[in-house]
Design a protein around this ligand. Structure first.
Ligand SMILES: Cc1cc2nc3c(=O)[nH]c(=O)nc-3n(C[C@H](O)[C@H](O)[C@H](O)COP(=O)(O)O)c2cc1C
Length: 258
């Protein structure tokens, strides 16, 4: 078994065979001096992960929320937009889901991207606001037809008696939008017929804009002398694109001990 010397594995109950030589990027360091704005660097890391194609969802981030009782919870969502000029990241979800309900109670959120094969991590913290309706509509209409239909079938995070209950709800949604038969039915339709079917965005489904006030970029090293840099800034509530948003002040940046 090849073992990455940085991460010796010592539990016999689970067999993990870390890839030898995975620390390809160990010699790399963050720029010195550090850039004033972390967003371009963050975007370049995301692009790098997308380019090497070693994980299906390079834009996956662990999203942490805190509910009204102060209980944290975390799950993966996909970052669908990054607006470096606005300083926000956009993800889409069901507003009535556990995360959506938590965000209504506390708009403070955090997230973490991990690109294991690149030895990189990006941590972000800030506040969430509901996306302008136009942003949610634009994104929703670009989703595949059956994904749009399914958004009507699932009351995300609510209990289900059994799987059939969800399938039944989906069948009802398919009938409502004239696509009974699902994917098979869609495959038999012309592109014009598919695009003629209108599935509006459910009112409880849409985007959140994640306004970043704190971002940390981490670059791993075999010696554990990892390279870390932290950018922080204030956020000021400001209507943006006709919806609540924030403007960020100037970033402060510092290196952190690993
Ligand atoms: C790779 C991956 C991508 C996901 N992307 C999303 C997403 O963009 N939006 C979303 O609502 N859920 C997404 N999920 C599902 C969430 O992790 C989660 O199960 C769901 O949102 C319900 O979470 P909640 O009950 O905490 O609200 C994704 C899961 C995985 C594993």
């Amino acid at each position: 078994m090849s073992v990455d010397p940085r991460h010796p594995w010592d539990s016999p109950s689970v067999q993990i065979d870390p890839l030898a030589g995975m620390c390809t990027f160990a010699g790399q360091t963050l720029p010195d001096p550090l850039p004033a704005d972390p967003f371009p660097l963050f975007q370049s890391w995301l692009q790098m992960s997308a380019d090497v194609k070693s994980q299906p969802n390079p834009n996956a981030m662990s999203l942490a929320t805190v509910d009204a009782d102060g209980q944290p919870s975390v799950r993966i969502v996909l970052a669908r937009r990054i607006y470096p000029d606005l300083g926000c990241i956009v993800f889409f979800t069901n507003y009535d889901s556990r995360k959506g309900t938590a965000i209504s109670a506390s708009h403070r959120i955090a997230a973490c991207f991990h690109w294991d094969h690149l030895d990189r991590q990006v941590r972000v913290e800030g506040v969430a606001t509901v996306s302008p309706a136009q942003e949610s509509n634009n994104y929703f209409t670009r989703r595949p037809l059956m994904s749009r239909v399914a958004a009507w079938a699932s009351s995300q995070s609510q209990p289900l008696a059994n799987r059939q209950q969800l399938l039944d709800a989906n069948t009802l949604a398919e009938a409502r939008f004239g696509v009974t038969g699902g994917d098979e039915r869609v495959k038999s339709m012309t592109p014009e017929q598919v695009s003629a079917i209108v599935v509006p965005r459910p009112p409880n489904w849409g985007g959140f804009r994640f306004w970043v006030s704190r971002m940390e970029l981490w670059l791993g090293h075999s010696s554990r002398l990892h390279d870390r840099a932290l950018w922080t800034r204030d956020l000021t509530p400001t209507p943006i694109d006709g919806a609540p948003g924030y403007t960020g002040g100037a970033w402060s940046v510092t290196r952190l001990q690993p």
